[in-house]
Design a protein around this ligand. Structure first.
Ligand SMILES: [Zn+2]
Length: 288
């Protein structure tokens, strides 16, 4: 999650030509206007897709704004730009915003209603899950600390920032996991604030809980058997091994990597608390 590789062949002019064929009568968008839109695309990249008045198309002809805004309808299945939709959906196996949802929709990084001229710009379209898309704010925030981290244009892979602190509830024996972002070395205050806000905007503090339970449910056997065969050290070793594997396969900032790392740093869990945490019978509990 967090980053996606952009489309390899991005022929923006071609997309505009498909949407607004040359010589069409009546002409919706002139060739000169397409040039202007392409220039604004360059501005978008320069600004890393962050909200700014310059990108709103202020001063552009109203008919142009409406035509490009409406061109997104052509990206739907069965319409002229459906190939673009399919190619974008292929970029991600799972939603890059949450890291667990199935890719179902395309999100406009800069909301289409407010930034009409980026309606079909591939860099402004992120394949994501329905819950993330619906949960996202409708109006771009003027507060820079609340602006979205761009999955294509801002590479955050050099940082190691996602954490999941794990604990066992003293009363219920249940597992408590709290996700957070740490400001790793070299990370700007701006990026730190926006990564923190990402967890809030997409309600990940709440939504991760269910995923944690599902994920750990699937690991019940290796967790319990590691402990039974080799005790707390054996389970700790299993958890450390999972962390190393997940870092390699999913990256350091994947929610599963953070979770397993949190559990590997929680003695209460690997010294036996995993039983109640996973809803198993406590080893010395009454089995009647
Ligand atoms: Zn999602």
């Amino acid at each position: 999650m967090w980053n996606l590789k952009r489309l390899e062949a991005e022929n923006y002019r071609e997309h505009l030509d498909v949407a607004f064929p040359v010589g069409a009568i009546p002409e919706q968008v002139s060739e000169a206007e397409k040039d202007a839109v392409l220039l604004l695309y360059e501005k978008y990249v320069e600004k890393l897709g962050r909200p700014s008045v310059e990108l709103t198309g202020e001063g552009a002809r109203a008919g142009l704004l409406t035509a490009v805004h409406d061109a997104y309808n052509l990206v739907q299945d069965g319409r002229r730009l459906e190939k673009l939709r399919a190619a974008l959906k292929h970029l991600a196996q799972l939603c890059p915003y949450c890291g667990f949802g199935q890719v179902e929709e395309l999100d406009h990084v800069l909301q289409r209603v407010h930034y009409k001229l980026f309606s079909i710009l591939p860099l402004n379209l992120v394949p994501c899950c329905g819950a993330c898309n619906r949960g996202k704010r409708r109006v771009p925030s003027a507060n820079t600390g609340e602006q979205q981290v761009h999955v294509y244009l801002e590479d955050v892979s050099a940082f190691d920032f996602l954490r999941a602190d794990a604990n066992i509830d003293a009363v219920t024996g249940g597992l408590l996991v709290k996700y957070s972002v740490v400001q790793s070395e070299g990370m700007s205050d701006d990026l730190y604030a926006r990564l923190c806000h990402h967890l809030v905007e997409f309600r990940l503090h709440e939504r991760y809980q269910k995923q944690v339970n599902l994920y750990l449910g699937g690991l019940e056997y290796p967790i319990a058997s590691s402990f039974e065969k080799m005790g707390a050290n054996g389970l700790k070793e299993f958890l450390d091994g999972m962390v190393a594997t997940l870092i390699r396969r999913e990256g350091a900032n994947d929610w599963r990597t953070a979770l397993m790392r949190g559990l590997a740093e929680c003695p209460k869990f690997y010294e036996g608390g995993f039983r109640t945490a996973l809803g198993l019978q406590p080893v010395d509990g009454a089995a009647d």
